[in-house]
Design a protein around this ligand. Structure first.
Ligand SMILES: [Zn+2]
Length: 436
């Protein structure tokens, strides 16, 4: 047994060595069309050189290996492709996927490993769809951080993960556990992110960061998919919100607030959160607050569309949830248009897990349908998402010195945004994961 373990470790070491030497190999991409630099200008016939997981050079025309002064390189021919930065989804839930046909109590019978193992295919699908980075906004810390580390080690394929871990929520709030006897809830949930009162919320933020959080996710208002008829208004007090934001910022983490109702959106913005998820009910006053605090909206249009369809087809949806879907989703279009008209920062997010992992690019069609130009929609999932992540120095654009997160599609998404649903080529940090 011991011998077998040593052999396994030795072969694993060999695999890792060969993976890293592969990544160190210089690669040259010939791009027929390309969205270039921070302005994402459309360029034709470009040569991209990739070394040590980074873009080291970008040259006009198709430049040969010898003309580049390289002794050896792998050529990747994308001359008939539209090449662009890897996509970033700012709101996913990697560890679950909503399925109306699954017994809702399945999770009572399963271990964390069941969730982690099931998530492997969700991650694979997301990467295949061209999403090279995702921000997970609410998954158990016992599952999401091991998954994040497994991706970083290269044990499994998936987007780079930035994760919130457990959501900060008040007792009985949107992200608390609903629908069970208290003594049962106490056994099945450790309530890591549950807090009440400013001091307790400071403790919870510190606890969640200690567990590994890259970002703090809070539920500032009620939510649509929690089985409680508590509406979608403000749930944390102003004092709690201020304490949460201050503590997170002091520890170098941004804060994003799930918020539907206008009272909670405004309270969260006044407290200084960095972004609002969903933002279903916006008004002029909230627009002013977005501008004052330079905050972002992550609209998650696809989530609303997905649950609206489910209301029609799933007779078992709890009444408390179905009523909230019917009330909230029709508000979303007008709010999004108000934000767009007022040039609020908008970052791309899908709430995947509510919708199917791998269908993330469906969000683009709703962004464009509700008024974004194709170019704006692409920016929201690249340049602007990278800014909100605080990763603008590394991610979100094809420029020298950035991570080589590169995808391609057939045809121009600037003419037809739906081309992004069929990603042909995926490279993350210089490693090719998909090439059709
Ligand atoms: Zn969500």
């Amino acid at each position: 047994m011991k011998q077998k373990l040593i052999t396994t470790l030795a072969s694993l070491g060999a695999m890792l060595c060969s993976a890293s030497s592969f990544a160190a190999q210089t690669q040259v991409i010939y791009a027929g069309s390309m969205l270039s630099g921070a302005e994402q200008t459309l360029e034709k016939q470009q040569t991209i050189v990739i070394e040590n997981a980074m873009i080291s050079r970008i040259e006009e025309g198709y430049v040969s290996i010898s003309e580049l002064g390289l002794s050896d390189a792998t050529i990747i021919d994308l001359k008939d492709q539209f090449v662009m930065p890897g996509l970033i989804d700012m709101h996913v839930h990697v560890t679950f996927e909503r399925d109306a046909n699954v017994n809702p109590h399945r999770w009572l019978t399963e271990y964390e490993a069941d969730y982690a193992l099931r998530s492997i295919k969700y991650l694979q699908r997301s990467l295949d769809a061209g999403f090279t980075s995702v921000r997970d906004l609410g998954s158990s810390y016992k599952v999401i951080f091991p998954l994040k580390r497994a991706v970083e080690r290269g044990d499994i394929s998936g987007p780079r993960i930035f994760a919130a871990g457990d959501t900060i929520t008040p007792t009985g709030g949107h992200a608390d556990l609903h629908g069970y006897r208290k003594d049962i809830s106490d056994v099945i949930s450790d309530g890591l992110g549950v807090c009440d009162g400013a001091d307790d919320c400071r403790r919870a933020v510190r606890e969640v960061i200690k567990s590994g959080a890259d970002v703090i996710k809070i539920t500032a208002t009620g939510g649509v998919l929690s089985n409680t008829a508590a509406g979608v208004s403000q749930q944390f007090t102003d004092q709690e919100l201020v304490a949460i934001v201050e503590t997170a910022h002091n520890l170098g983490r941004s804060v994003t607030a799930h918020a539907h109702g206008i009272s909670g959106i405004k309270a969260a913005l006044r407290a200084g959160v960095d972004s609002i998820e969903h933002g279903s009910y916006l008004d002029q006053q909230s627009i002013k607050l977005f501008k004052k605090h330079n905050a972002y909206l992550v609209p998650t249009l696809l989530a609303g569309q997905t649950v609206s369809q489910e209301v029609l087809s799933n007779p078992h949806m709890p009444v408390a949830i179905a009523n909230k879907v019917r009330a909230v989703v029709p508000q979303v279009e007008a709010s999004f248009k108000l934000a767009l008209k007022n040039n609020i920062n908008i970052a791309f997010g899908t709430d995947s897990g509510v919708s199917r992992h791998g269908n993330n690019a469906d969000e683009f069609q709703w962004l464009v349908k509700y008024g974004m130009t194709e170019k704006q929609a692409i920016r929201s999932a690249t340049i602007d998402a990278a800014k909100l992540l605080g990763q603008q120095d590394k991610l979100g654009q094809l420029s020298v010195g950035k991570q080589a997160d590169i995808i391609s599609v057939n045809g121009s998404p600037l003419d037809d945004i739906s081309t992004l649903k069929n990603v042909q080529f995926v490279m993350k940090a210089g490693q090719v994961y998909k090439q059709l």
